[in-house]
Design a protein around this ligand. Structure first.
Ligand code: ZN
Length: 349
């Protein structure tokens, strides 16, 4: 049974692999260069612009000794999301380039200004959300310049992308992933295969992401509109580095390497993910203090009060209610709230 499953997955991957390069040569990313069978650490330089000096994004390239696809992995596009950063530190020492078919590009801390200044959602130079400005601009603001370099150096050079996130510093989040489906049968099949084999308990069937290559908005979507299957992982919460959230990323990354035949072995999966067909982000209308009434992964009923906002004098000014029966994907669990910001995300099965 397992052999048949593996063969069918490989065939599926192969149909998409037909139009991509199999790697087995020097790989140059940013300032660094890795020969087959070699691991190299270094940086992508983001040049200075009107709002700030040059910054350096740390990355590792593991160029396998054998031919295969290029898998790119990004962490900390939101700089307060830590478990993937720690997971990458482990993965780069666990993976032996001699045993790898293809290559890996690990972007350790994509949003280095946000990481070092400890900001949530937004970069400290331009107060833009890096995961809303892809594919970026070469001469834009800091977030746009970072997006441009990641698109050019990483996404344009890969065949598959896993963009790693978690609940931001304020978000109590359950583990899940976004599986975009764009209406291209080949790409959708492989993206879904990645989603099913990563090992997370819940997957969102994501439709309706932008299709314009010049306005791809999200990192994962930037890969997809360029014909490269991509999933976005959420594992972790509230600015913490819990072992369980780190391990999930380590195991999931190795699982995807296995189904792409980059290393030997079968993915470690307890169960296929439960699929969420729709989700709604409930947003704040006002400034104030937020009081959550539910936790991540709680099941909620339509109309249930899941949190409320008060003004600075304790008067209730907005109620957040579940739009349908569903599950709490995340809820903000710290007090500050500004207009337009998410209070919670509810998924529907
Ligand atoms: Zn994020």
């Amino acid at each position: 049974m397992r052999i048949f499953k593996k063969i069918s997955v490989l065939l599926m991957v192969f149909t998409v692999l037909l139009n991509i390069s199999t790697f087995g040569q020097t790989l140059n990313v940013g300032e660094i260069s890795a020969e087959p069978g070699e691991r190299t650490d270094g940086f992508i330089i983001v040049p200075e612009g009107s709002d700030g000096e040059e910054v350096k994004i740390p990355l590792t390239v593991i160029n396998g000794a054998n031919k295969g696809p290029v898998l790119a992995l990004t962490a900390a596009i939101h700089g307060y999301e830590y478990p993937p950063v720690i997971a990458f530190q482990r993965l780069i020492t666990m993976i032996d380039p001699k045993q790898v078919s293809g290559a890996l590009i690990f972007v350790h801390v994509a949003n280095i200004p946000s990481f070092l200044k400890r900001t949530i959602y937004y970069g400290p130079h331009d107060w833009k959300n890096l995961n809303r400005v892809f594919p970026g601009k070469e001469d834009g603001t800091m977030s746009e310049r970072i997006a441009f370099q990641i698109t050019k150096e990483v996404i344009d050079q890969c065949d598959y992308l896993i963009d790693n996130h978690c609940g931001d510093g304020n978000e109590d989040l359950m583990p899940y992933l976004y599986c975009p489906q764009i209406g291209d049968a080949n790409i959708d099949k492989v993206t879904k295969m990645m989603a099913e084999n990563y090992g997370l308990p819940l997957a969102i069937n994501e439709k309706g992401r932008p299709t314009d290559i010049k306005e791809s908005v999200y990192a994962g979507n930037t890969a997809i509109v360029r014909g490269k299957p991509a999933i976005t992982i959420e594992s972790g919460k509230l600015g913490r580095t819990d072992e369980i959230d780190i391990k999930r990323v380590v195991t999931g990354t190795l699982n995807i390497m296995k189904v792409l035949n980059m290393i030997k072995g079968e993915p470690e999966i307890k169960a296929k993910p439960v699929w969420v067909q729709k989700y709604t982000i409930i947003r704040s209308e006002k400034t104030g203090i937020f009081y959550p009434l539910v936790s991540r992964a709680d099941h909620v009923q339509k109309g249930q009060l899941i949190g409320y906002l008060t003004d600075f004098f304790g008067k209730r000014i907005q109620e957040a209610r579940a739009p349908y029966d569903g599950i709490v994907l995340y809820i903000v669990a710290t007090p500050p709230m500004s207009p337009g910001e998410p209070m919670a995300s509810i998924g529907q099965f």
